[in-house]
Unconditional design. Structure first.
Length: 216
């Protein structure tokens, strides 16, 4: 498939999904810090469980980088228990909080002026933060133009013969970067629309009837 064909295909998919689902207003979160915490907690779980964990932090007035950085591991783990793998995720949060405190005075917004690629590299060096989590923080918390690739996105693209099953995270991401404008708002909306498609139609066992991509 040529680059021109990819460009037309990706633009067409976006138009069809947007027409079907409408704007998604994703990612839910009141502050960039809350969004970053959510990006870490959502690993290997659904958003409903993450919301419960974040509400626990809010209810005890602990959704603050400095508060969480000083909080004992056991207490943090108990508060985020609804998100699953709570001991592992508490460790990952602690690593991120140390990174944030030591380099950005505990303020996610202090990261905004840093070069996208340099900041991505630094985030990936934080223990427990992989490409999808790093890119979610960059796109959703910091409005950086980088496309987030998740299981929903890859599954839909594979089933429509746009990418092979062997495609790497970087290869799929470059497909979007090379064929769409570098626009954080567009990447935000497009990724959220793939999430909706994956939840409602392109499931592990697909429900193709009624799927907006059925005729793509």
């Amino acid at each position: 498939m040529t680059k021109t064909t990819h460009k037309k295909t990706l633009a067409g998919i976006y138009r069809v999904l947007y027409k079907h689902f409408g704007p998604q207003h994703w990612w839910p979160g009141d502050t960039p810090f809350e969004i970053a915490v959510g990006a870490i907690l959502t690993q290997n779980t659904n958003w409903g469980n993450v919301e419960k964990a974040i509400n626990n932090l809010k209810s005890c007035k602990s959704l603050d980088a400095h508060v969480l950085h000083k909080m004992p591991h056991a207490k943090l783990a108990s508060l985020i228990k609804p998100a699953g793998y709570f001991n592992i995720k508490a460790k990952r949060l602690k690593h991120f909080l140390a990174f944030l405190t030591n380099n950005y005075k505990g303020n996610v917004e202090n990261m905004k002026d840093e070069d996208l690629h340099q900041l991505r590299h630094r985030l990936l060096e934080v223990n427990g933060i992989g490409p999808e989590t790093a890119d979610s923080i960059l796109l959703y918390a910091l409005d950086k133009p980088i496309f987030v690739i998740d299981a929903y996105t890859k599954r839909a693209l594979i089933r429509h013969n746009i990418i092979p099953e062997s495609a790497t995270y970087h290869e799929v991401q470059e497909l979007f970067h090379n064929n769409l404008p570098s626009d954080a708002a567009l990447y935000n909306e497009y990724h959220a629309l793939f999430v909706m498609t994956g939840k409602h139609f392109c499931k592990p066992k697909p429900k193709c009837q009624g799927c907006p991509l059925e005729k793509i």
